[in-house]
Design a protein around this ligand. Structure first.
Ligand code: NAD
Length: 388
């Protein structure tokens, strides 16, 4: 194996005795930091995938892993995804992700998160992070005692607050672009939508669609959410019909809006679909991106790439660098409309799937950005001032 100049030294890590196969494993990534603090029990991995467009940005996940290798793979996979997400959202950030190895229910302590914050700080703004699966804002209050390179924080700390608000706004712009492409109008009223999941994002999208007078078919395993949306419908122009969990795939609606979980487009569900398009916030909607993307295209079902549609939250998190400002976030989130329309048109012109068109758009942006020679991208300026 050749150690290429794209691979920099694995820092802080005592693993594998520097055997070259570790470089093979992390090839394509710029830097991997193993963080070890026996006093607090912290074991974490920070993966920086690509900083062509700017400092790496990505959440910190905490969960139990079966092995260090599994944790490393998760960090590598997720950080690579962040490079794409940031490029797609037009952000001047690259991709990174951190994983803390441990049980979020048992292994947390303020000291552990302070230790983690020190490792983040040691990267000098090459990596910005915030909460993800298994970590909460309380944990990040400890992290913020040690570093300014924290994003996605509550309004009380000067951040943008609930990121599901811009995420839902982004989905609405995604639906408008989809409607424009399919029906030559971005008026969402008078159409039918099947919505899976009425959580933080799905509920807000459903509320908006009811306000404009749409007909909704909804499902959720949370009965309370279903009751709430029925009450909401009574006061609005639109109407709502609740369907069983598995029945949502076969609903004869115009657009399917998945806002619950991933891998829901698979061999079992794809033949049930009667919709003209799929556009929702859920991550990784296709079980197999290439094969199922191709099948959808053959069936004439338009799919909006999830990371384009659900970028609103990420846009807000990145925008905090300039100080929280909801108006600016909304203006940037509105761009999802144009980005998605471009992708639909390009996919048609090049006879490729919309997912392939989105990937090419991201790669092009990174390629164009590579002239910036941003390999060691750092923070442009320090952010929060909460050190004790
Ligand atoms: P959430 O947990 O608040 O909501 C998910 C909803 O889906 C819940 O109401 C839950 O009861 C429901 N659900 C779970 N299993 C279901 C099933 N089998 N059938 C029907 N409903 C089911 O999550 P959220 O923040 O609204 O996010 C929704 C999706 O969007 C997730 O996939 C998330 O990863 C993605 N996403 C969210 C954001 C954000 O800002 N919140 C950003 C990007 C992507």
């Amino acid at each position: 194996m050749k150690v290429t100049e794209e691979n920099v030294k694995v820092e802080n890590g005592i693993h594998n005795g520097g055997e070259p196969d570790m470089f093979e494993k992390i090839s394509g990534h710029q830097q991997v930091v193993f963080c070890n603090d026996p006093k607090t029990g912290l074991q974490a991995i920070i993966a920086i995938h690509d900083t062509t467009l700017g400092p790496a940005l990505g959440g910190t996940r905490m969960r139990q892993y079966n092995s260090v290798d599994e944790a490393l793979e998760d960090a590598l996979r997720l950080s690579k995804g962040m490079t794409h997400k940031c490029a797609a959202a037009g952000l001047d950030f690259g991709g990174g992700k951190a994983v803390i190895i441990g049980d979020p229910a048992k292994d947390k302590s303020p000291a552990l998160f302070r230790a983690f914050g020190q490792f983040v700080d040691s990267l000098n703004g090459r990596f910005y992070t915030g909460t993800d699966m298994g970590t909460t804002m309380d944990d990040f209050v400890s992290v913020m005692n040690e570093t300014n390179y924290v994003c996605g924080i509550p309004e009380a700390y000067g951040g943008g607050g609930d990121s599901s608000i811009p995420t839902a706004q982004g989905v609405i712009y995604g639906l408008k672009a989809t409607s424009k492409y399919l029906f030559d109008t971005d008026d969402l009223s008078g159409k039918t939508y099947s919505i899976q999941g009425l959580g933080k994002v799905g509920f807000k999208v459903a509320e908006h669609l009811l306000e404009v007078g749409a007909k909704l078919y909804v499902t959720d395993i949370n009965k309370e959410a279903l009751e709430l949306i029925k009450q909401k419908a009574e006061a609005e122009k639109g109407s709502v019909e609740v369907v069983e969990s598995d029945a949502i795939y076969g609903v004869d609606a115009d657009i399917f809006v998945p806002c619950a979980m991933g891998a829901i487009i698979n061999d079992e569900t794809i033949d049930q679909l009667k919709v003209k398009a799929i556009c929702g916030s859920a991550n990784n909607q296709l079980l197999e991106e290439e094969r199922h993307g191709q099948e959808l295209q053959e069936k004439g079902i338009l799919i909006a790439p999830d990371y384009i549609v659900n970028a609103g939250g990420l846009i807000q998190v990145a925008d905090e660098l300039y100080g929280a400002n909801h108006e600016r976030v909304l203006i940037k989130t509105k761009e999802i409309y144009n980005a998605l329309l471009d992708i639909y048109k390009q996919s048609h012109l090049d006879s490729i799937t919309t997912l392939e068109a989105a990937n090419r758009k991201c790669e092009k942006r990174i390629e164009e950005g590579s002239s910036l020679n941003n390999f060691f991208a750092r923070a442009r300026r320090p952010k929060w001032n909460v050190r004790q």
